[in-house]
Design a protein around this ligand. Structure first.
Ligand code: 4FV
Length: 246
C-alpha cells in the first residue's frame, strides 16, 4: 500500500518512516510513503502557502493553489486509483471499522493541514473524503495522518510480525483487548493469573475471551451495545460479573 502525504513538515514522516512497525514495513517495501511539500509548488520568492482569512478573524488559511498542485502531482505520480483524504476535525471519526475500510485501497493521498485549515474550495474540488481522529483540535494534520498510516498499515498482511496480531488487536471483534502479562510471574507479591501458566491453551483462550468481554463491560459499555453477544459470550460475561461480586 502507498501513502502520499501533502505536508509542510516532511521531516516528521522521515522520522516515522525509520522506526517501528511502519519503518519495518517501508524497509520491506510492504508499504511506501512519500511526502510532498506545498512550498515546492509556490511561485513567489517567499514560497507563500497561507494568507489572511476573508471576512477577518484570527489565524491564517492555507492557500488553494500550492495545495491543489501538490495533490495533482501526487495523484498522477502513480497510475493507480487513489482516494484523496483531508484530515480534519470536520471529518468522519476514525475507528477500527474505518481503518479496515481505508486499508482496502492500494494507495491513499493524505492532506495534512496547518493554521486554521484549508480554503474550502479545495474540499469541493480535490478532496474525496474527510477523516478525523477525534473531537479535539491539533495544530496540524500530520499527527492524524501518522495515526491513520500506522493503524491502516497494521491491518495489512505481512506488516505485523505475527499473522494473527491484528486479528487479536483491540476492537478487532469490537471488544477491548484482554489483559497481558509477562515475566516475572510474581511482582510485588502480585501473581500472574494461574491459568496463563497452565499451558492449557483452551482454558487460556476461554479466560482471555472472558476478560475481553468483562473489561469491555467495565470500561466501554458503549462498545457492547454495538455488538450482539452470542450465548457463549453472554455466559462468559455473566461469569465475569459473578466473579466480580464474589
Ligand atoms: C484534526 C483532528 C485536527 C485543525 C486545524 C489542524 C487541526 C489545523 N485532524 N483529526 N482532530 N486538525 O485537529 O484530524 O490545521
Amino acid at each position: 500500500m502507498r501513502f502520499d502525504v501533502i505536508t509542510l513538515f516532511p521531516d516528521l514522516f522521515e522520522q516515522a518512516a525509520s522506526m517501528g512497525v511502519v519503518g519495518k514495513a517501508i524497509a520491506a517495501d510492504t508499504i511506501q510513503l512519500k511526502t510532498w511539500n506545498p512550498r515546492d509548488f509556490t511561485q513567489d520568492v517567499h514560497r507563500t502557502v497561507d494568507d489572511r482569512p476573508f471576512g477577518g478573524g484570527p489565524g491564517m488559511v492555507m492557500k488553494i493553489e500550492p495545495l491543489q498542485k501538490a495533490i495533482k502531482s501526487a495523484v498522477k505520480v502513480i497510475d493507480k486509483p487513489t482516494k484523496v483524504i483531508y484530515l480534519s476535525p470536520q471529518g468522519r471519526k476514525l475507528d477500527q471499522q474505518g481503518v479496515e475500510y481505508l486499508a482496502k485501497f492500494s494507495r491513499l493521498v493524505l492532506l495534512a493541514g496547518r493554521y486554521e485549515g484549508i480554503d474550502e474550495r479545495l474540499l469541493e474540488a480535490d478532496i474525496d473524503e474527510e477523516w478525523s481522529i477525534g473531537d479535539f483540535v491539533l495544530s496540524g494534520g500530520e499527527l492524524p495522518a501518522l495515526v491513520l498510516i500506522d493503524a491502516v498499515s497494521r491491518t495489512l498482511p505481512d506488516v505485523l510480525g505475527h499473522k494473527c496480531s491484528a486479528v487479536e488487536d483491540s476492537f478487532a471483534e469490537g471488544l477491548l483487548d484482554h489483559p497481558h502479562y509477562t515475566r516475572p510471574d510474581v511482582f510485588d507479591g502480585i501473581s500472574v493469573p494461574s491459568v496463563l501458566l497452565s499451558g492449557d491453551h483452551k482454558k487460556i483462550a476461554r479466560w482471555r475471551e472472558k476478560q475481553s468481554l468483562g473489561k469491555t463491560w467495565q470500561k466501554r459499555p458503549d462498545l457492547l451495545e454495538k455488538i450482539e453477544l452470542n450465548e457463549h459470550q453472554q455466559s462468559l460475561l455473566d461469569e465475569f460479573i459473578q466473579e466480580l461480586n464474589n
